[in-house]
Design a binder for this molecule. Structure first.
Ligand code: LLP
Length: 417
């Protein structure tokens, strides 16, 4: 299903014209498709239906309560990386017993909150964290369910900022150290070993490193079982990548075949932490052209969205498609534009060198912005963050009001006189 179609020359999300949303809500505005989110989740669940499994949506990709609510209703669990994300999951009606907690820097307070909420598993990333979790669980007279996140030292072949499975990365415990750390965990009175976890990176478009990493994990699981350490689950980390431009990410069915082959032992439940593949192509950033500007060297479309709304182009040199909301408006001359925001940085671009028929005041859709868009937005340049809207068939719901400057300065104080 493609939720983005031109009907009578106007770009729609499902059955709602984007121009209608812009007129009612203003721009910039994130727009998501409920059908696309639902379909992406269903594809995952279906690919693994023959195997006991749990999808734990990676909250960091898009943490709006309505999105979490939707995934919770579809049966999803959640992968969280902070106490804040735990609060969001609970506020959205998510089941704490389906929550896994990842991340290298869990604070004492976060660990306590997660224990008290009754999460499914802590993905432990260091020897020190293991001791800390054991101590806090003991103080609460509880046992903490744990996995070790093991770093398999494989090159995921993705952008260096989002590759996590190499030994020089800060993530996980070294593969060679894992057996000794599991033995230590077994000796601790306040932890229960549940499984093993690995995550080698994001926007993965090649299955070979995934197969290699999971092969190593399967070997480790067999070795642990020989040592008498039984695991209940194997958590394979984040999902596959998506198509932004011309990437060819594997279809979920091929990914599933690789995972199921590497992890054949079906005594282990499989856990997945996909984020981007569930939300990325289910959302766009709607923006309006403020000015067209002829520079000496190139032309600029200055829009009302900026790097504070969508930082991926600035941070990773990421490519997002740009569509004119009114297709080929005949009065608009075609030119090649850099689509830039109002922020005072040369890095503030959303797209470069795109051929567009554009006039001042026209709407543009920055595509594939459903994951790591709003969740990475900031208030740089004192820009209130965008509104968010979820389209559902012929209706839409505002799922986050646009911020106001008063929200931004509410916690600040002038100096005493
Ligand atoms: N699990 C863990 C432990 C993770 O660190 C991540 C992503 C995921 C799951 C979800 O991975 P996914 O299925 O989305 O590939 N801001 C970057 C992406 C950062 C990914 C961080 N970790 C971007 O915009 O490309």
């Amino acid at each position: 299903m493609n939720p983005y179609q031109y009907k009578d020359g106007e770009l729609h999300v499902e059955d709602v014209p984007l121009a209608r949303i812009a007129a009612a809500i203003g721009t910039p505005c994130y727009v998501y498709s409920r059908a696309a989110l639902t379909e992406a989740y269903a594809a995952y669940a279906q690919a693994f239906e023959a195997r006991d499994h749990l999808v734990c949506y990676a909250v960091k990709a898009n943490s709006n309560l309505a999105i979490l609510d939707l995934f919770a209703r579809l049966g999803s669990g959640f992968d969280i990386v902070s106490g804040g994300e735990l609060k969001r999951v609970l506020a959205a009606g998510g089941d704490p017993a389906k929550v896994v907690f990842s991340g290298v820097g869990k604070s004492e307070e976060e660990i306590r909150a997660a224990l008290q909420a009754g999460i499914l598993c802590f993905n432990i990333e260091s020897a020190s964290e293991l001791e800390r979790v054991n101590r806090i669980a003991g103080a609460l007279r509880m046992r903490a369910p744990i996995s070790l996140r093991v770093n398999p030292d494989v090159d995921a072949g993705t952008h260096p900022y989002i590759a996590t499975g190499l030994k020089q990365n800060k993530f996980g415990v070294a593969y060679a150290d894992a057996p000794a750390l599991y033995a230590r965990a077994r000796s601790l009175p306040h932890v229960t070993i549940e499984g093993v976890d690995c995550h080698i990176g994001s926007q993965l478009t090649d299955l070979a490193p995934i197969a290699e990493a999971l092969g190593k994990i399967a070997d480790l699981v067999a070795r642990l079982e020989r040592d008498g350490i039984e695991l209940k689950h194997v958590d394979v980390g984040g999902g596959v990548g998506i198509r932004y431009q011309s990437e060819t990410p594997p279809p979920i069915s091929e990914y599933a075949a690789v995972v199921l082959k590497a992890l054949r032992n079906d005594r282990h439940k499989l856990l997945f932490e996909p984020g981007r593949v569930l939300a990325g192509n289910a959302g766009l950033l709607l923006t309006r052209i403020e000015y067209l500007k002829q520079g000496e060297d190139r032309s600029f479309a200055v829009v009302d969205a900026a790097m504070n709304d969508l930082v991926r182009p600035a941070l990773y040199d990421a490519w997002h498609d740009v569509l004119a909301v009114v297709q080929q408006s005949p009065a608009a001359p075609a030119d090649v534009y850099d689509v830039v925001g109002p922020i005072c940085e040369t890095g503030d671009f959303l797209a470069r060198a795109r051929r567009l028929n554009a006039r001042e005041g026209d709407l543009l859709a920055i595509m594939s912005a459903g994951a790591y868009g709003m969740s990475m937005a900031s208030n740089y340049n004192t820009r209130p963050r965008a509104a968010e809207v979820m389209v559902d068939g012929g209706e839409y719901h505002v799922i986050r009001d646009r911020e106001e400057v008063s929200d931004l300065i509410a916690r600040e104080r002038r100096l005493p006189s």
